[in-house]
Write a protein that binds this ligand. Sequence first.
Ligand code: NCD
Ligand code: ZN
Ligand code: ZN
Length: 429
Amino acid sequence: MALLLKNGHVVDPQTHTGMRFDVKIDGDTIVEVGENLSSDGCEVIDLAGKYLVPGLVDMHVHLREPGYEHKGTIESETRAAVKGGFTGVCSMPNTDPVTDNGTVVEYVKSVAAREGHCHVYPAGACSKGLKGEIIAEMGDMVAHGAVAFTDDGRGIQGAGMMRRCMDYGKMFDKTFLSHCQDEDLVGDGQVNEGVVSTRLGLLGWPAEGEELQIARDIALARLTGAKLHIQHISTARGLELVRAAKAEGLPVTCEVTPHHLFLTEDALDGTYDTRLKMNPPLRTAADTEALIRGVIDGTVDAIATDHAPHAEWEKAREFELAPFGTTGIECALGLVFTNLVKTEKIDLGRMVELMAVKPREILGLDPVKVEVGSIADLTVIDPEAIWTVGAEGYESKSVNCAFEGTELTGCASYVFVAGVCKLADGVVC
Ligand SMILES: NC(=O)N[C@@H](CC(=O)O)C(=O)O
Ligand SMILES: [Zn+2]
Ligand SMILES: [Zn+2]
């Protein structure tokens, strides 16, 4: 039966924004958009008071399967994604085995097709085993559906190796997603190097450890012509490097996470809370202010969560022994809505650009628009819902959320993936 979404406030910067429209879905496709559409033969969902936007895509997510199913599975983490309002996620290759060949890409895709709640777009590794030594089977991975290349979890240490990856891989016309971390400089750094690391007595992870590789990778994008995307950018100077690269016309983009936008190293003071341990670390207030300015002025292309589930016992260890990473896919929409949209720093159209339009563009996916003929990947946002992160638990298998206890306004109430309802009234179907 066709599905009629009535009276939603459509926000799509690619088509119509700010209009109240009915949207009819048949199968996996939008077949009609307009006012007062006939509901004959349709199941009707009333979206009065809600926003209807192109389905959100989180371009940086750790699903943990295969290999780390005690942290999360493709089933559990795509369930969390749908709860958070996403119709698709780009999965990172730091699995076990590493997603560095077509067989593992195929495995991720087949489990996602069988058990996943939303689209999964796998990223393949740049180097075999994420070791930064031998180029991974890029062509094989692309043939099996990999959408991008990354050694996320590690920076590629050798400039020559990064250059060879880009030179070889650029023939596939995919973007290189770069985790920027100079391991020699960062060493065992735990938190941002500065006053807070000194006060806590923890080894520092200096901003320069990230900025050196951002500068290097931009130089290599210039040298090779490959498309470069800086992951989870966290420092003001790093963003300045991206701004300059864009002004020069280089094919460089970047993403920022909600935790690097809305939390600073000061949250760690006196807590030693391992949920606040992530890579790169929380930085200074001056950095978050610069990142928010970048979101507003367009230097930042995308907001992605770097959703990184870890088991409770892993995070319950001493700070130095706990793994890096926070979950975030269930609260990202609420955080951005509360802190940026409600405060009028950005409008909802810009939010859709950051969380739906640009991620697809960078990953080379087909665009999704609220218009006839588009695939019906759609997110419905309730702008009035007030809720507390973690108060009703999580859909994710893991609970290591840096934002637990934060009160937010705005959440996803419906999610449609290829025309199928996956979230109804805030409940995963
Ligand atoms: N960001 C993190 O702190 N952790 C990520 C790895 C990564 O994104 O670098 C993880 O896989 O747990
Ligand atoms: Zn990373
Ligand atoms: Zn990551």
